[in-house]
Design a protein around this ligand. Structure first.
Ligand code: FAD
Length: 286
C-alpha cells in the first residue's frame, strides 16, 4: 500500500479504537545479532504499527541490516520501510540494492542522501541530493517512497525556506510521505506543517518522536542536528540525571498528547530498540 494511503486511512484492527497511526524505527544491533530485536518487535507489534522502519548506516558493516535480516523481520508480518542512503554508492550499486529490496516483497523505502563523510567531495557522488535518488527509485521500482523532513531546518541549510524548496523537489520526484527529524518543541512542528502545506506539498507529514533516555543522548543530538530542547526539559535532566528515563517518558507522553489534540495523527517513534519505554508511552496515551 502507498505510504500516503497508509497515513491517510484509519488504522484497521488496532488494539484501541483511535485514528492516530503509529510507526516505529529500529536500528541494527552493534553485534549483528538480531535475536533480541525480535523480542522487542513482538512487543511493539501489539500496538499494530502501520510500519516499522529500519535505519541504514552510511558507513556500512554492522550499521546495516542484511537482506537476510530484512527477510526475517518481514516474516513477523510487519510492513517494513528500510532506510537507504545514496551518499557513498554508485548508481549501479544503488539499482542493485533497491531491486533486491523490492524482490523481498517490501513495498516502501525511506530515500535519503545521508551525511557526507569528511573525506568525500560532492564530485564523487553519483547522486548529490535525495531528490535525485527519489527520481531514480521511482523510475526503477514500484516502491512507495518516504523522505526526510526537518522541522527546524537541516543542519547544512541556510534557512528553512530553502530546505522546504528542496523538500518539494523530493515530493515532486515521487515521494509520498515525509518523516520528520526528532523535535521537542511542538510549536516548531505546527509551523513547519503549515509552511510545508503552503508551499504546495500535499503528502502526509509523519512526526518523529524520540523519547529521551539520558542527558548524554540529548547533548549528542543537539550537536548533530538543529533541534531546540525546551529549557524546562534541560533543567530537569540536569538536576536529576539519574531520573532521565522517567523524565523523558513523561515528556514524550505530554508531547504526543499535545500533538494528537492538535490533529497530528501520525507518530513515528525512534525506539532506539527499547520497546519498554515506547510501550509505556503508548499505554499512557491510549
Ligand atoms: P537531502 O534531502 O539531499 O538534503 C540534504 C541537504 O541538502 C539539505 O540541507 C537540503 O536543504 C539540501 N538540498 C536538498 N536537495 C538539494 C538540491 N537539489 N540542491 C541543493 N541543495 C539541496 N541517515 C543515515 O545515515 N541513515 C539513516 O537510516 C537515516 N535515517 C533518517 C531518518 C529520518 C526520519 C531522518 C529525518 C533522517 C535520517 N538520516 C539517516 C539522516 C540523513 O541521512 C541526514 O540528515 C542527511 O544529512 C540528509 O539526508 P536527506 O535525505 O535529508 O538529504
Amino acid at each position: 500500500m502507498e505510504l500516503s494511503e497508509i497515513y491517510q486511512n484509519n488504522c484497521n484492527g488496532a488494539i484501541w479504537d483511535f485514528s492516530p497511526k503509529i510507526s516505529f524505527e529500529i536500528f541494527p544491533p552493534k553485534n549483528g545479532d538480531i535475536s533480541n530485536l525480535f523480542e522487542e518487535l513482538r512487543i511493539l507489534k501489539r500496538y499494530n504499527p502501520v510500519l516499522v522502519s529500519l535505519t541504514y548506516g552510511a558507513s556500512g558493516g554492522l550499521n546495516r541490516f542484511t537482506f537476510e535480516n530484512l527477510k526475517s523481520i518481514r516474516d513477523l508480518e510487519l510492513n517494513l520501510m528500510p532506510h537507504f542512503t545514496c551518499v557513498s554508492m554508485l548508481k549501479d550499486e544503488i539499482e542493485k540494492h533497491i531491486t533486491s529490496v523490492e524482490n523481498l516483497g517490501i513495498e516502501n523505502i525511506l530515500a535519503l542522501r545521508g551525511d557526507i563523510p569528511d573525506y568525500m567531495t560532492d564530485k564523487e557522488l553519483d547522486f548529490a541530493h535525495a531528490n535525485e535518488l527519489v527520481e531514480f527509485i521511482q523510475a526503477k521500482t514500484t516502491l512507495s517512497i518516504g523522505v526526510a523532513g526537518y522541522p527546524e531546518g537541516h543542519i547544512e541549510s541556510k534557512n528553512l525556506k530553502d530546505d522546504i524548496k528542496y523538500l518539494k523537489k523530493k515530493v515532486d520526484a515521487g515521494a509520498s510521505a515525509i518523516f520528520t527529524q526528532l523535535f521537542f518543541d511542538n510549536d516548531k512542528l505546527y509551523r513547519y506543517i503549515e509552511t510545508v502545506k503552503n508551499s504546495g506539498i500535499n503528502v502526509p507529514i509523519v512526526a518523529g518522536i524520540m523519547p529521551v533516555r539520558s542527558f548524554k543522548q540529548i547533548q549528542k543530538m543537539t550537536s548533530m542536528a538543529k533541534v531546540t530542547i525546551p529549557a524546562k526539559l534541560i533543567q530537569q535532566l540536569g538536576k536529576y540525571p539519574e531520573e532521565a528515563l522517567k523524565i523523558g517518558t513523561e515528556f514524550a507522553i505530554n508531547q504526543c498528547e499535545n500533538l494528537i489534540e492538535n490533529g497530528v495523527n501520525s507518530l513515528h517513534f525512534f525506539t532506539l530498540n527499547h520497546s519498554d519505554q515506547v510501550s509505556e508511552i503508548l499505554n499512557n496515551i491510549f
